[in-house]
Write a protein that binds this ligand. Structure first.
Ligand code: NI
Ligand code: MN
Length: 225
């Protein structure tokens, strides 16, 4: 399974010939100016919640690709009213078997208003089951005891926010790895805005001292999961 970071909390998982794009916010990200969103042709777009820094490029990329959108029911309904008919609504705790594998929607502690003020339901995270691997994307979230529900999943990788202010800090993300019982972490949701700027060397040292494998690829860079 291939992971490619597009900056902020935007990334793509390529699995079994299918491309899953998460939380597209690229063209408004100064740090991701070298990414051409018109080159992105995902089969699926997964949305953790309705904030602009997670859905800003959704309409362009969905139109270009015809991707099916996977998100909470309220956002699926909102997308329908905006002309995106191919949205698969889910809700917290529910899973569904897609052609690439299974997606389970899990709890996140955050907020989720949509850009036009519409109600976006609850924010969410996802567990992706594909190629015999289990990948957890927490979405924007605080550290929460609900993460302990994932401890017996034997997760292979966790994609966690580390930028603080709007989400968990790196310190809380380290605590989260204990709750979810996963040592392999990809950090997201940092450096995009001044309030979430991190000292990468300091954060990397903290994860290393905790016995964890933290990966911070460059924007546009990939990892084999
Ligand atoms: Ni958010
Ligand atoms: Mn966010």
């Amino acid at each position: 399974m291939k992971y490619t970071w597009y900056g902020h909390a935007s990334f793509e998982l390529e699995t079994g010939g299918k491309k899953l794009l998460f939380d597209p916010f690229i063209s408004h990200n100064e740090l991701a100016k070298h990414i051409d969103i018109n080159s992105l042709k995902p089969d699926y777009i997964l949305l953790s919640h309705g904030h602009g820094d997670h859905i800003a490029d959704l309409f362009t990329i969905q139109k270009n690709s015809g991707a099916k959108v996977i998100c909470i029911a309220e956002i699926a309904g909102w997308l329908g009213s905006k002309g995106v008919a191919d949205a698969h609504g889910m809700n917290i705790g529910g899973g569904f078997n897609f052609d690439f594998g299974r997606v389970k929607m899990v709890n996140a502690i955050h907020s989720s208003g949509l850009p036009d003020g519409s109600y976006g339901g609850n924010p969410a995270g996802f567990v992706i089951y594909a190629e015999g691997k289990k990948i957890y994307f927490s979405g924007d979230t605080a550290l929460t005891y609900d993460m302990k529900l994932l401890a017996d999943e034997n997760l292979d990788w966790a994609i966690l926010p580390i930028g603080d202010n709007y989400t968990m800090s790196a310190d809380d993300a380290i605590k989260a790895t204990d709750f979810i019982n996963c040592k392999n972490v990809i950090g997201v949701h940092y450096d995009t805005f001044p309030v979430i700027k991190i000292d990468q060397a300091e954060v990397a040292a903290k994860f290393k001292n905790a016995g964890l494998n933290l990966q911070l690829p460059a924007i546009g860079g990939s990892l084999e999961l």
